[in-house]
Write a new protein. Structure first.
Length: 485
């Protein structure tokens, strides 16, 4: 008699594979085939890095930012820019250079400037310019002389602009704008127990002024200065205000919660705020799509290797995959502020009964400009299957060793600034966890790595007439100086 056709079970037995392992490998193969088809076939001759066609009308920015006409706060007098000095409580790998940082002296009673976002949400950098103009000791342009030609006007403008040049030759200035930067550094400092050190009382007051001044009529915040309100900016800035000490009953928080409630609460925030909320302990990791560190071990030619991501995405993915693998969360249950946030962020819901896993892809319509592609869902489904089975310990340990080494290399290379304040905040938490912060906060905060990280936070801060903000980087010195020259 002919031998029977081997069954799937028999084939698996011959390969000595567990059924779950075989399913995982099969799913991974299917994913690779789908991605290959998409990259080489579905997209035609376009490279895999093709950014996409013009955005369809229905996915374009909806609405306009709406700011109140009055009720803005002034920054208290006493702020001055100075050139950043080499820290004395730690040894950085390189010399600091070029950054303007801010000091506060309450004895300086200088006139405060008005700010009105309804006229212009972008500040005029008046505090910084006043400080540099006061230091200028050479000849000043004759303001009474009216230029007669375009060339004379340009020369007069140059005579003014040279008064704003810093001592080392660069031009500094306000490099703010995004509304998703403050929260990361505030949450990181709060978790680490060094909020008062990173943001002393004058800094916290100035940050609060900024957040209050940029709240819109509907109670929300946009993702940047000129953006209409959305859940990304609103969730981040609401949490920042609460951690900075603002009461939940303060009108600014009441209005912020009202906006979030209209859009489903924090369950309908984008992934980024959800991830930070999970780190803070006010959102469950089950509601976060996988961020596997194992991707770093793929061959570098593979299209999904993180090294092929855009630089900022790559360097944010790096610490995020570390925290995700550790499932690190602040002990929110022992803190009355974070315990309160567990109810404030999810109106009408009991935190312990929320099925967070059902909200991995939940997102408010005002934030959903680029719906998750089915190939991305397929990939995340495979990764989630791998996580649910239990990541292979040897593979995860090896990938995490690589991630830790890479983060340290990035810290050293950038003199503990990292590529931007977003990754900077994540690196601070990761370094704190590695230093044993969960067991002994104070000991971890005294460690050399944390000292270095904390010493560089001021390079990201800037003060203008709208308050204190976190800049997109530590400035645009080379950029602005090149244009000036």
């Amino acid at each position: 008699n002919p031998s029977p056709t081997p069954t799937a079970a028999a084939m698996l037995a011959a390969l000595e594979l567990e059924p779950f392992t075989a399913v995982a490998l099969g799913s991974l193969c299917a994913l690779v085939l789908a991605v290959t088809w998409w990259l080489l076939g579905a997209r035609g001759a376009r490279p895999y890095s093709y950014p996409g066609d013009a955005v369809e009308p229905e996915r374009r920015l909806r609405g306009q930012a709406q700011f109140r006409s009055a009720g803005y706060l002034r920054v208290e007098p006493g702020w001055s820019p100075v050139e950043e000095a080499q820290p004395t409580n730690c040894t950085l790998p390189h010399q600091v250079a070029g950054q303007q940082v801010w000091t506060f002296d309450p004895s300086k009673q200088e006139p405060a400037y008005d700010f009105n976002a309804s006229e212009n949400p972008n500040a005029g950098d008046k505090i910084y310019r006043r400080a540099l103009l006061q230091r200028w000791a050479r000849n000043r342009p004759d303001e009474s002389k009216k230029p007669k030609t375009a060339l004379e006007a340009a020369r007069k403008g140059y005579e003014f602009y040279q008064m704003l040049q810093c001592e080392d030759g660069h031009w500094g200035g306000d490099y703010g704008g995004p509304h998703f930067l403050i929260a990361g550094l505030v949450i990181a400092s709060y978790i680490m127990g060094c909020l008062d050190e990173v943001f002393p009382a004058p800094h916290r007051r100035a940050l609060e002024v900024y957040l209050r001044n940029h709240q819109q009529v509907d109670g929300g915040w946009g993702s940047h200065l000129e953006s209409p309100s959305n859940m990304l900016g609103s969730t981040f800035n609401y949490v920042a205000l609460r951690l900075l000490g603002v009461s939940k009953d303060d009108p600014v928080c009441v209005q912020g919660r009202s906006f979030m409630e209209k859009h489903g609460g924090a369950l309908y925030a984008p992934l980024w705020p959800k991830f930070w909320l999970a780190v803070l302990g006010v959102y469950d990791w089950k509601g976060i799509t996988p961020v596997p560190p194992e991707l770093w071990l793929l061959p570098q030619w593979f299209p999904l290797h993180p090294g092929r991501f855009w630089c900022h995405i790559r360097m944010i993915y790096l610490p995020m995959c570390f925290l995700y693998s550790k499932r690190f969360s602040y002990d929110a249950a022992s803190d009355p502020v974070t315990m309160s946030l567990r109810s404030e962020l999810y109106p009408g819901r009991e935190y312990s009964k929320i099925d967070f896993s059902k909200h991995r892809y939940s997102i408010a319509d005002c934030d959903n400009f680029s719906p998750v592609h089915w190939i991305m869902r397929l990939a995340q489904g495979v990764f989630q299957f791998y996580e649910d089975l239990g990541a292979w310990s040897w593979l995860r340990e090896r990938s995490l060793r690589f991630v830790e080494e890479y983060m340290l290399a990035e810290d050293v290379e950038t003199n503990y600034l990292t590529i931007a304040p977003i990754s900077k905040a994540f690196h601070m938490v990761c370094s704190w966890v590695i230093a044993g912060g969960e067991l002994d906060k104070q000991k971890a905060n005294r460690s050399e790595e944390i000292r270095k990280h904390i010493s560089r936070v001021p390079a990201y801060l800037w003060v203008a007439e709208d308050g204190m903000k976190v800049q997109g980087y530590n400035g645009s010195q080379a950029w602005d100086t090149a244009f000036a020259i």
